[in-house]
Design a binder for this molecule. Structure first.
Ligand code: 7TS
Length: 425
């Protein structure tokens, strides 16, 4: 359970309700990709931060679009198009519920978190940033919450300011506050670090940014699947997520934006489906969210993302969170007991990401050897090179967990790492 949930329960004077029962063996049967061997060994999938496996319900939803409701949306009266449009808009309502936005009009479909952040940087940023303004980020951001801001800073003359991370991989509120000035126009911050697993203290960061007159964009790529979100309770201005990390298809994601901001922002791309009327002299744009959805979107992907959210809702996000928290505690114990393994990122509030290095072996060698044992992990800089630089390393090996993982998966990783230690140690 996140500290925010604990605090809310404490404030209500009650012990938090026990999470609903979570039957991981039943959950695993929903994920057909788990039912295979790799290199002759049963697959142990520990790379969910890169992309999560998909439950059958999502696969069926995508197949259903292509095998039955295969039509373009928002543009024809025929029944197939009506069904595709209904599925697409139902997914918008599912995302609204999932992030608890006040209105489905505040949900824009994107390709993923990367596109959501680029949309805000190019649409809001180009219209609002001026020479000398500041964009504040933190030292643990993924490249997709750094590079779009560098681009718009280059276009507008604004500057990028970075709040540092501690040795444990935390972002301290004081370090953010110390960098908020009257020139800070937006704070762009991850909810959860993909490289370290750190959960950031979002609510106080958002309050401090608003007190300083800045907007806040939250990169929810890793937060949405593992700790959930309530954009109204947080008060953030923008929230970007990726469907594929939420057990949905690749190529579909969503951006929440407060309606008043979205209405003021110019379109990000022009084309079909985002207009009211077009003449060569003047184009009038459609209302939000359609103003930001030019062209034929990833209809099947969006509908699949809606199915993924409905799947998660049925399981209970809190139950999955509790299951993953128990696995993180167990995984930390197992890894720390292996000689030569050092975990990178020891924040007090973490999700189930175990980034580590070994004295004896390079992360790429670790990845190759554990793969031969059937264990899929990611190695490299995880698109967070400044994080690696902060710890003076080039790369880590990273095991990242999802709701289908088990203690046996951790044990398999432990055995594979012991083998690495024997080979190189
Ligand atoms: N932000 C964070 C915190 C991420 O972890 C990622 C992807 C992104 C943004 C970009 O998401 P996308 O869906 O638009 O690509 N992170 C990872 C990872 O950790 N391994 O592969 C992709």
């Amino acid at each position: 359970m996140t500290p925010a949930l604990r605090q809310a329960a404490a404030a209500a004077g009650a012990e938090p309700a026990a999470p609903p029962a979570f039957d991981v063996e039943r959950v695993r049967r929903d994920f057909p990709a788990l039912d295979q061997t790799v290199h002759g060994k049963p697959l142990v999938y520990l790379d969910s931060a890169a992309t999560a496996l998909k439950p059958q319900a999502v696969i069926d939803a995508v197949t259903g679009v292509y095998s039955r409701d295969c039509a373009n949306i928002h543009r024809a009266v025929h029944l197939l198009s009506q069904r595709a449009t209904a599925g697409y808009e139902r997914a918008r309502e599912a995302v609204r519920r999932f992030v608890n936005a006040g209105s489905a009009d505040e949900i824009i479909f994107t390709r993923g978190t990367t596109e959501g952040i680029n949309l805000v940087a190019q649409s809001w940023g180009r219209a609002n940033l001026r020479e000398g303004d500041e964009v504040l980020i933190t030292g643990l951001e993924h490249h997709s919450n750094i590079v779009p801001w560098q681009l718009v800073c280059g276009q507008t003359g604004a500057h990028l300011v970075v709040a540092p991370i501690t040795d444990d991989g935390e972002v301290r509120l004081e370090d953010v506050k110390a960098r908020l000035t009257d020139r800070t126009k937006i704070v762009a911050v991850a909810q959860v670090s993909n490289a370290l697993g750190t959960v950031l203290p979002l609510r106080p960061i958002i309050d401090a940014a608003h007190d300083a007159g800045a907007l806040v964009l939250v990169d929810g790529a890793q937060g949405a699947p593992h700790v959930g979100v309530d954009v109204q309770a947080l008060g953030c201005d923008f929230y970007a997520l990726s469907g594929h990390k939420l057990y949905g298809p690749t190529g579909a994601g969503a951006l929440f934006g407060k309606r008043a901001l979205l209405e003021e922002m110019p379109p990000y791309q022009g084309g079909g489906d985002m207009i009211l009327s077009v003449t060569f002299e003047e184009t009038l744009y459609a209302e939000v969210p359609h103003k930001f959805e030019a062209g034929t979107p990833n209809i099947a992907g969006v509908i699949g993302m809606g199915a993924a959210i409905e799947y998660l809702e049925a399981l209970g996000v809190q139950a999955a969170e509790a299951h993953e928290a128990a696995l993180l505690a167990y995984g930390t114990e197992v890894l720390e007991a292996i000689p030569g393994v050092r975990i990178v990122g020891k924040a007090r509030d973490k999700v189930a990401v175990l980034s580590f290095v070994m004295d004896a072996a390079h992360p790429h060698d670790i990845g190759t050897i554990v793969d031969a044992e059937g264990v899929a992990i990611r190695t490299g800089h995880h698109c967070a090179q400044p994080v690696m630089e902060r710890y003076c390393i080039a790369a880590t090996a990273r095991a990242s967990l999802g709701l289908y993982n088990t203690r046996e998966d951790i044990d398999a990783l432990g055995r594979a790492l012991t083998r690495v230690q024997e080979m190189f140690g």
